[in-house]
Design a protein around this ligand. Structure first.
Ligand code: NFS
Length: 641
């Protein structure tokens, strides 16, 4: 607790954590403390629960489970299962957006296809006919391809993979035998391989890990990100205000939270109508504030500059302001603790996705296969949200003042245009004004002081002229810390500073929600191609300082498969031995030397296959040093100064 309160970079988070503690309102911090000490087997991925003979806990004395499964197989089975759980989550996200495109194309939903440019671009890449066809017809066919990529059961390569992945990588994956069929198939195959009496060869699970990660990348991440751009358009740079201080005492405050931006687009549209604005005034409010959390928040921030408040571990804090009238949630990363805080402050919770139900919440679901009532339902949500203003308990309000400026909306196109094309950005990399690009992403974890690692690492990276792209919960930390504002250029090293100042851009580019890691990946792919160099040779790094969700596993492995090394802050389910003991783990828990799986990921095994490995460094200053070292090494090998 002391560490969290001392090191958390956002004064608003610190303030609210202290306030809620004093008020006796329970948060993740209290529950994290109550969980100590944590089970060392679980922490290291050494607990096997894949049948009813166990659970078996493996260690140096008991190196096999009851069925005979060995330590490495257990570790790998846990790891690949968590990867496909994340794949399932992004898969459902993609599924919802793709089906919405179909509904829009068929005229069933009152949704325009705002991203005409993206529809045509994807169609051309897929080699579909566009001449003489309406945009709706083309969009419908693209959606069919995306849907097929999500659920194909036969060995036809994922079409989006063939369309977007670099040749050199496709050949590598083909040689390794890790080309996937589809998201759904690889989930099935992973569960199949790891059930009782399945594979006992852990190396075959490392192959499945890569295969599932490629399905994760090209069927679910690309599926969600491209489909959302087709529906709602490609974001462009814009200035926005973020942080807890955007909430206003005398306004209706509505928070939107989750991952799928479909229904919330409609809700936003309704909130902006004169009818709802008038309703707010009648209820005694001066206006309506909409604030975003997690990835749905990122989507609206990138497209419309709707302010964001916070990330997964800030959701309880945001409701703890007592100033939120309604929180509208769709899918994923909506923690049950959020509803506990909502109940303490009388905040109304509205759920909009049948996959994410919360007891006691009002449920107004969006179903893309029955989208007819979308307008009516969105209006209902908007009305309820505004009406809740009258019932707010004003004695309990505690809104931190902090607001932060940011420049957001960094889609792939926006980045490329800003640098005068890929050539322009590559030139800056070559001449060393920008030393490299690190994509710093991912969740929060209570295992490190909240947001401290994200912010500390990124500050050091920009100081060293490393351009940063960011998504998801990490980006909320960086946005609130002011690092996504053009003014943050003053904190960058001389090269990056000049680059940012001359273009009026920040040194940290918030590219969107987690599925939009594809935007950075596309940038990496295309820059490598422009340079005529294989991806593993480029000065790029993937950084996950505070991994938390099962969804983050696939992000890391996606970049590994593309030859981009990972620097992660905490081993999560990968039992990579840490260089030294970490707070929260007993000193001997991670320094027990090597095991074959850790050697594979952190040593030469994976490196020989894909040209990248995992570095684990929980101390942020040292993590930044590791990243600098990796980039320096790549540059030297390329002969770039
Ligand atoms: Ni990403 Fe978005 Fe956050 Fe982690 Fe959850 S919000 S998809 S999973 S917790 S970064």
């Amino acid at each position: 607790r002391e560490d969290v309160l001392r090191l958390t970079p956002n004064p608003a988070s610190k303030d609210l954590l202290e306030y809620l503690h004093q008020e006796g309102v329970e948060t993740w911090l209290d529950r994290y403390e109550a969980q100590q000490p944590m089970c060392g087997y679980g922490l290291r991925g050494l607990c096997c629960r894949m049948c009813q003979w166990g659970p078996c806990r493996l260690d140096n004395k008991r190196q096999r489970g009851i069925c005979g499964r060995d330590l490495s197989t257990v570790i790998m089975a846990n790891l690949v299962r968590s990867l496909v759980a994340g794949l399932a989550a992004h898969g459902r996200h993609a599924h919802e957006v793709i089906l919405t495109i179909m509904a829009a194309a068929e005229g069933k939903a009152n949704l325009p296809l705002k991203g005409e440019e993206r529809v045509l671009d994807v169609a051309n890449r897929l080699g579909l006919t566009t001449d003489g066809r309406t945009i709706k017809e083309i969009a419908r066919e693209v959606a069919e391809v995306l849907l097929e990529d999500l659920g194909r059961l036969t060995m036809t390569p994922i079409r989006i993979l063939t369309a977007y992945a670099p040749r050199e990588r496709i050949e590598t994956w083909q040689t390794l035998g890790v080309l996937p069929r589809s998201g759904a198939y690889e989930i099935m195959e992973t569960l199949h391989m790891t059930t009782l009496g399945g594979t006992s060869d852990w190396t075959s699970l490392t192959e499945q890990e890569l295969r599932a990660a490629l399905a994760y990348c090209y069927s679910t991440l690309f599926g969600s990100s491209l489909a959302t751009e087709m529906l709602f358009g490609i974001p462009r740079p814009k200035v926005a205000t973020v942080n807890y201080g955007i909430l206003k005492e005398d306004h209706v405050n509505i928070l939107i939270h989750g991952h799928s931006p479909v229904m919330v687009e409609k809700i936003l549209e309704k909130i902006r109508t004169p009818e709802i604005q008038e309703l707010a005034r009648k209820a005694g409010a001066k206006g309506i504030v909409v604030g975003g959390m997690c990835c749905t928040g990122e989507e609206l921030l990138a497209r419309y500059g709707v302010p964001t408040v916070t990330n997964i571990m800030g959701q309880e804090l945001a409701l703890g302001t007592g100033a939120v009238d309604t929180v509208v949630v769709d899918m994923q990363c909506v923690i049950p603790g959020m509803k506990i805080v909502a109940d303490c402050f009388g905040t109304q919770v509205i759920t909009t996705c049948n996959s994410n139900r919360i007891p006691g919440a009002i449920h107004i679901p969006f179903d893309p296969e029955n989208p007819e009532g979308l307008d009516e339902d969105a209006l209902k949500v908007a009305r309820l949200a505004v009406e809740a203003f009258a019932h707010r308990d004003r004695s309990k309000m505690h809104i931190p003042r902090e607001t932060t400026e940011a420049m957001v909306g960094w889609s792939y196109e926006a980045i490329v245009d800003t640098f005068g094309g890929l050539k322009g950005l590559l030139e800056l990399l070559r001449e060393g004004k920008i030393k490299g690009i690190a994509t710093v992403v991912g969740c929060n974890t209570p295992k490190v002081p909240y947001e401290f690692n994200h912010v500390t690492i990124v500050r050091r990276l920009i100081e060293s002229d490393i351009l940063v792209t960011t998504t998801g919960c990490c980006s909320h930390a960086l946005l609130n810390a002011g690092l996504c504002s053009p003014a943050a250029a003053s904190q960058a090293g001389p090269g990056l500073q000049e680059v940012c100042r001359s273009r009026g851009i920040p040194p940290v580019l918030a590219v969107g929600g987690c599925v939009d890691n594809t935007r950075t990946l596309r940038l990496f792919i295309d820059l490598a191609e422009e340079a005529g160099v294989a991806m593993p040779k480029m000065p790029f790094v993937f950084v996950g300082p505070e991994p938390g969700n099962e969804k983050t596993v696939g992000q890391g492995v996606t970049f590994l498969a593309h030859g981009i090394s990972n620097v992660i802050g905490f081993p999560g389910p990968i039992p990579v031995p840490l260089p030294r003991p970490v707070a929260g783990a007993a000193p001997d828990e991670y320094d027990r030397g090597s095991n074959p799986v850790a050697d594979f990921f952190a040593g030469d095994g994976l490196y020989e296959k894909v040209g990248a490995r995992i570095y684990t460094e929980p101390y942020p200053k040292l993590a930044a040093q590791t990243i600098r070292m990796l980039i320096r090494r790549q540059r030297l090998a390329l002969g770039w100064k």
